[in-house]
Each structure stands twice: as C-alpha cells, then as structure tokens.
Design a protein around this ligand. Structure first.
Ligand code: MG
Ligand code: ZN
Length: 219
C-alpha cells in the first residue's frame, strides 16, 4: 500500500512543477488567469459567455476548455468572442497542469490579457491538481443543493473566489442560503463570494468589477 501512496505523491509533485512553469509563462506574458471548477451543469460555460459578452471589447481573452469529449464548450466560447482551445482529457475527470501546458502552446500568450480555464465538471479531483492559474474559482449553483460545502469540503477550502449561480431559482428550490454560507464559512472564512444569475444577470456587475480590478493589478 505504501508504494501506491508514493506513486500518487509523485504524480502531484510533477504536476505542481509543471503548474509552476505554467504560472511563470503566464506571468511573463502578462496574462491574468482563472481556473473555473464546478459540478457539471453549474454554469461554467454560461459564466464564461457572460463574462466575454461584457469584457471582450476591452480585453483580449483566451479560453481553454477541458472536457472528457466534444468541443461544445470551446465552440460556445469562440462564438462569444474568445480565442478558444479545447482539451479532450481522454476520460480523465480533471484538467492537469500538463494538459494546460499543451493548450498554452497553442496560444500566443503575449496577445492576451485574460485566460479563462474551464475545468472538467467534477467536485472532487480538480481541487487536487494545481494548474498554475492566478486564481481558482468555484462555481456553485442553487439546484445542486445547500449541502455541497459539507459534502465536498476540499473543493471549498482551496479556492480564491466562489460564484453562487442560478440565484433566480431560489423561490422554487429549497436552498437555505444561510446554511450553505455557514458551511462555506467553516472551511474558508472570508472567502469572496458572488451570488449571481447568468440568466437574469443579477449580481454580474460585482463579479465583472472584481475581475476587471484583478486584471488591472496583475503582475
Ligand atoms: Mg461547460
Ligand atoms: Zn479527476
């Protein structure tokens, strides 16, 4: 059993080394980068589309989409005005640093201000694979239920910002926002959070204002 544990640690070590290289490459090119993580259907692609809609005229934006199969999300990002690269993970349920490294090679990084990475929809292992992005953003959504911070603590512990999407559905779903937020608070006190609806655009201004500030202050 000890050998197996060692193998897993080695995978993470080399992943972290490649993540560091990604980080250096992105910073050298002056690109601010986000890694979006969420369960399937939480609204990663919709948030990317909304963000592109408002910001594409002021900033040059690249999107890297990770999916087990298809290029549906990269097609949507390209249609919304981004330069998009699709990663097909070949069955893997997360994007790792090496996959992002290959995707970055497809882009002329100096041409971009912002890189949005859409991870594979999954609330477990994406939290364990650093990519080298500036910030990790978790997207939760109301229909998933208010118990997710309690059930997937690692995901809620290691992120820099939390988007709570589909708040327009609050009147129709038993989602106790106070219970949800208490679970988040225990794991990540003071976590920045953005309650939004990609559908009605409620809350989008705060999200976009934060992102613009972060891009302007990038190193
Ligand atoms: Mg998607
Ligand atoms: Zn995985």
């Amino acid at each position: 059993m000890t050998e197996n544990v060692t193998i897993v640690e080695n995978i993470h070590q080399s992943n972290d080394q490649i993540a560091e290289r990604n980080q250096q490459q992105l910073q050298a090119a002056g690109v601010f980068s986000l890694n979006f993580m969420a369960s399937p259907g939480a609204g990663k692609t919709s948030l990317i589309e909304r963000t592109l809609h408002t910001m594409k005229d002021s900033f040059n934006i690249a999107v890297v989409d990770g999916d087990v199969a298809s290029s549906i999300d990269a097609d949507r990002a390209a249609k919304a005005g981004a330069t998009a690269v699709q990663i097909n993970t070949g069955g893997s349920c997360h994007v790792d640093a090496n996959m992002l490294h290959s995707a970055l090679a497809e882009l002329t990084l100096e041409d971009f201000d912002l890189l949005l990475v859409e991870n594979v929809g999954n609330l477990i292992c994406p939290a364990s694979f650093k990519l080298g992005t500036d910030k990790n953003v978790l997207i939760a959504s109301v229909p998933e239920g208010d118990d997710k911070p309690y059930k997937y603590p690692k995901m809620y512990q290691d992120v820099d910002a939390l988007v709570i999407n589909k708040i327009d559905l609050m009147p129709y779903i038993d989602f106790d926002m106070a219970y949800f937020q208490k679970g988040v608070e225990i794991l990540s006190p003071d976590l920045l959070s953005f309650p939004i609806s990609c559908k009605t655009e409620e809350g989008m201004d705060a999200w976009l204002a934060w992102l613009e500030e972060e891009i302007k202050h990038r190193s």
